[in-house]
Design a protein around this ligand. Structure first.
Ligand SMILES: [Fe+2]
Length: 240
């Protein structure tokens, strides 16, 4: 499996606080069958590290890969970021400040939970105007999508990629997120499920419970497609 969304880089956001935690997370992911982790620190957030495209950020991916290799953990670290659409988002987008997923055309994008759908649409179009494809992180967590899931269905129909959080399907992120995630998954609007892991004790990168959940509750979902084939196409910059 490939985990498209994981806060595994140490010390850059509210994910792994230090390299030891990053290695625990990588080992846990590997033990559940994950072979590739897109390291996606928060980017363009308020009052914390911006994590824009920079030599220092690129070094953070390679430093973690070196540490993972040294620890003998069979996982490849791929580059990325989870870009928050706020503030001077469009200026930074035009300036090329954001790390796409493994250098591809795919940009992992998140919004404030209470964001206005009109601003979301404006940002999605701005991403597309740059020749990029938006990957909407955890659409099931946004209040406007919870109120009207067809909004996210329309995004998918328009070629935007939807990435569910495994925690939503496991019921860890509230009833509304679960119901919305289940609906979008059953409607086949979803292309990827990822961990959005922040630690090895809570919101973890272990995929075991998710696989059981999919088999028992969502037999119509295709784990191979959602957890491997689509993330692989994104890593290779191929069309989904
Ligand atoms: Fe995240």
């Amino acid at each position: 499996m490939m985990d498209l969304h994981c806060h595994i880089l140490p010390g850059l956001d509210d994910g792994a606080a230090d390299p030891g935690i990053s290695l625990e997370m990588a080992a846990m992911a590997a033990s559940s069958g994950v072979t590739h982790i897109f390291a996606t620190p928060h980017c363009n957030t308020r009052n914390v590290q911006q994590n824009f495209h920079s030599p220092a950020l690129i070094r953070a991916y390679t430093d973690l890969q070196d540490a993972v290799d040294e620890a003998g953990i069979p996982v490849k670290i791929l580059s990325g970021a989870e870009v928050l659409a706020r503030g001077h988002f469009e200026d930074h987008l035009a300036a090329g400040d954001f790390m796409t997923l493994n250098g591809s055309r795919y940009l992992l994008l998140e919004f404030y939970f209470d964001e206005d759908p009109a601003y979301m649409e404006q940002c999605l179009r701005a991403v597309e105007a740059e020749g990029l494809v938006p990957v909407v992180a955890h659409p099931e967590r946004y209040y406007c999508v919870q109120r009207a899931p067809m909004l996210a269905q329309q995004w998918a129909d328009d070629g935007r990629v939807l990435q569910l959080n495994k925690g939503s399907l496991l019921g860890d992120l509230g009833e509304e997120a679960y119901v919305t995630a289940a609906l979008l998954l059953r409607r086949r609007a979803v292309s990827v499920i990822a961990s959005d892991a922040h630690h090895f004790l809570h919101r973890t990168p272990h995929f075991g419970a998710l696989l059981n959940c999919l088999a028992q509750r969502f037999p119509e979902a295709d784990p191979e497609l959602l957890l491997y084939e689509n993330p692989l196409k994104i890593a290779k910059d191929q069309t989904l």
